[in-house]
Design a binder for this molecule. Sequence first.
Ligand SMILES: [Zn+2]
Length: 162
Amino acid sequence: MYMHRETIERLKKIRQSYKNEIAGNIILNKKGLIDKISVNVGKQHSSTLENTCIICYHTHPDHVFSSPPSSTDLIQSYKKKTIHVVLAREGIYVYKLMRETPKGKELLKNKNKCDMFNDTLRNIVVGDSKEGVKKYMKTVYDSLGIKILYFPWSNNEIMLNF
Ligand SMILES: [Zn+2]
């Protein structure tokens, strides 16, 4: 799957246009352009995902530093085994479940443990360190079986190869 530069620009504008978190679905055509996009406006830090989605997305509207997907965001891919996208200040995070793990299943069932794991992830990504983001991605893949791709907003195109 592929995202055209025009799509990247449009997603960037959509994120900037809403103060609150928004979520919805994106349907891309073969040229990597948006065929359809739905926008659901949520409260400041929550939004509802629709039941059916080609690409499920939501925004992280107001973070000062890197804000990759939280453990709650990630565990959504155990429920909806599609491609998920987070539109953050620094760029686009795309993630997909590759294999279920015991840890992932545990976090899915237990909200407290999910929140605790989020603290672990936040301690890895401190400030804007690129090394931190890399380590975060490796930790997520090893423990939850979820592969994350990251693209800064400056990318001319995005290849979604999982
Ligand atoms: Zn999120």
